[in-house]
Ligand binder design. Sequence first.
Ligand SMILES: [Mg+2]
Length: 414
Amino acid sequence: MKITDLRATTVSVPLEAPLRHANGCHWGRFVRTLIELEADNGLIGLGELGGGGESAESALQGLRPVLLGHDPARLEELRFRLANPTASLYNNRTQIAAAIEFACLDLLGQAWGVPVSELLGGRLRERVPFASYCFFRYADAKTGQGEVRTAAQLLEYARAAKARHGFRTHKLKGGVFPPDYELELYRALAAEFPGDRVRFDPNAVWSAEQAIRFGQAIEGMNNDYLEDPVFGLAGMRRTREKVRVPLATNTVVVNFEQLAANALATAADVILLDTTFWGGIRPCLKAAGVCETFQLGVAVHSSGELGIQLATMLHLGAVLPNLSFAADAHYHHLRDDIIAGGLMPYKDGCLAVPNAPGLGIQLDREKVKEYAEAYRRLGNYAYDQDPGRPGWSALLPNDRWADPRDDRTPTIPR
Ligand SMILES: [Mg+2]
């Protein structure tokens, strides 16, 4: 098989409401770049990347001379062509290499008549459990609905998400408001669902001292882990010395150098594997093997996905022997998807691993057209800016918190 064509399409897909995080906001939509690799047998493999609010179309198109004529089965060759570790000091293409790996695996699965999970060692489970992933949210400016800022709003959101999707694990994404305020809301969330698991993630925005203070305050709760309370391996190590809650990361262990450092001197107990951050599904599996050896936990991280990347997360989740936590996904905050059949349905807090050959999903061409048009109209958004606080940016460690009493709704084009 040979790759004969590459198409890249940027889409803007609406969210229920703008999602707030420590460094800014997803402005009521996800901007994602879809990739289609066509092969000489007529098959089309799908990939996806994005998350920072910007299009990656031109970077992908620039790789046409490298990709056309390449055999999608030669994945290791492709890794060095696209993301050689020293060449990457100039052009870091990790996420692009990931999206192309997804499309190649999709092509191979379709050509060989098996789901991607079967190319990766074979699935150990048919369904992958997910966490509720609660965000602080601005209201949708048009409907006035969807705000999550107060304890009452958070609990109302989490109850509805659990009733609708069946989540048994609840994650709160913090780092937006003063830590003591977020602690109060995290405690309220845990108390609301005493039989369920909880986890908290302030996106690495605290000082080590603040991380220790918060970590000690939540000891004894039903925590899966405390995720990235502070940035940097050294800060995580200092926190871990003083806090009896496992620490997880998707920020300071995102490559094999960092994984080696973490194996030699543990900074994080649980490594959150992101199929784009690590450069593909296969690097995540290799990392999971290292984690298995050193008895570190693993889980599946979400960097803000549509159905194509979600499929990669499901195939990964299906084959990880050491998956001992529910996966994260932003997916249930989306209003729609670009895959045939629309949004994948949750059942009992789980998503089914697709069974059709390859990634097991198809594009809905009408939806792609609609949301590509939306992207042309709306353009990029600044992931690291807050539409409610123009001119603001977070420090590290941060002390420029949002005011929990501020109930204004920013106007965002949509
Ligand atoms: Mg995180």
